[in-house]
Write a protein that binds this ligand. Structure first.
Ligand code: TXA
Ligand code: MG
Length: 328
């Protein structure tokens, strides 16, 4: 803490010394943002409620959502949760990687009640980013980590984004450069016989359904069943309004394009970004959050977004865009 009562946030290099320092802070109950292959996470020791409470304070998250517990491999995950055959199959097929599995808590689960928001299930993920994995191994405990942005803001895909939102509120950010996938993990609930897609994300639905040879159930609608993730309608929101499926750019708007087509009125755009000139959805996911930030910074009153196909990673991209466009 400095004399004005705020903290100085350290930017740590993703080298041996930086990793050791980050692990030490986490083990002491502090907050460290770290890169994963999807987005930067805001980490805290998941086993300590007071450390986890710091996440909500730093993010100004209005209520206690369950957080994902990150571990360094399947053995650690198996000690935290109960895996049925489908969960086991999915873990073996997609971990390490951008998939979160919601499973019943194991008797020896050390993830705090607060991190689980009091549920008797736990969201587990083994990230593939080498910096994340090295950090998790060094900490030796599950690390709770939502995306490292202030509540309601766009998820961070670079250390600078994290500092823009959380400088002075967290102990450190481990700088591992830009993230690769660009959208958060796919969340699948394995609490029932049939797996359920709770949030589309970095692993396309089609890949999951092919691996298990069955269709994923739809997420429960608000009101029934266990807490559904990220259900706040307005989420991932830039300051500017977001207008979806735009075929034409209006004066005063910024343009977020996809593919080679040029919409009508493109000359009106205050700023233009193309998620992927070639129409590649994986490339588009990588750019999504940073381009939303850049277009927001142009001062445009609205961001007009070209139509994006719903296949593959398009489902996750359209999900995030729909939330960004939701009324606040
Ligand atoms: O890619 C990601 O998943 C990133 C990186 C940092 O790993 N994390 C992330 O966390 O997106 P967050 O907190 O923004 O989203 C986690 C979602 C929440 O919406 C929460 O509701 C859901 O996971 N979740 C976690 N545990 C759950 C549980 N036991 N039951 C239902 N949903 C759960
Ligand atoms: Mg988030």
């Amino acid at each position: 803490m400095n004399d004005r009562g705020s903290m100085v946030t350290q930017r740590l290099a993703a080298d041996e010394a930086g990793l050791a320092r980050a692990a030490e802070i986490l083990r002491d109950g502090g907050l460290v943002a770290f890169p994963t292959e999807t987005v930067y996470g805001l980490g805290a020791d998941a086993t300590r409620a007071e450390a986890v409470a710091g996440i909500y304070a730093a993010k100004e998250r209005p209520r206690f959502n369950p957080l994902i517990a990150h571990v360094d491999g399947l053995p650690a995950a198996l000690s935290q949760g109960i895996f049925n055959a489908t969960a086991r199959h999915l873990a073996e097929a997609f971990w390490p990687g951008p998939l979160t599995l919601v499973v019943p808590v194991a008797p020896g689960c050390t993830v705090s009640d607060l991190a689980r928001a009091g549920l008797d299930s736990v969201g587990l993920r083994v990230p593939s980013h080498p910096v994340a994995r090295a950090l998790l191994t060094a900490v030796g405990r599950p690390v709770a980590a939502p995306s490292a942005n202030r509540s309601g803001r766009v998820s961070p895909t670079a250390a600078d984004h994290v500092l823009g939102d959380l400088d002075g509120r967290i102990a450190a950010v481990l700088d591992g450069g830009e993230t690769q996938v660009g959208v958060e993990s796919t969340i699948v609930s394995c609490l029932e016989d049939k797996p359920r897609l709770l949030r589309p994300g970095g692993v396309p639905r089609e890949a999951i359904e092919a691996a298990i040879g069955m269709k994923l159930e739809a997420k429960p609608t608000a009101g029934d069943g266990p807490l559904a993730p990220g259900m706040l309608a307005s989420h991932y929101a830039p300051r500017a309004q977001v207008r979806l499926d735009a075929e034409e750019i209006q004066p005063g708007e910024a343009a977020l394009l996809f593919g080679p087509a040029q919409p009508r009125g493109i000359g009106n755009a205050l700023a233009i970004r193309n998620l992927s000139e070639t129409g590649d959805l994986a490339e588009a996911a990588t750019h999504l959050f940073s381009f939303l930030r850049q277009l927001d910074a142009s001062g445009a009153q609205a961001i007009a977004v070209a139509p994006i196909p719903e296949a593959g990673l398009g489902e996750a991209i359209n999900d995030r865009l729909a939330r960004a466009a939701a009324e606040r």
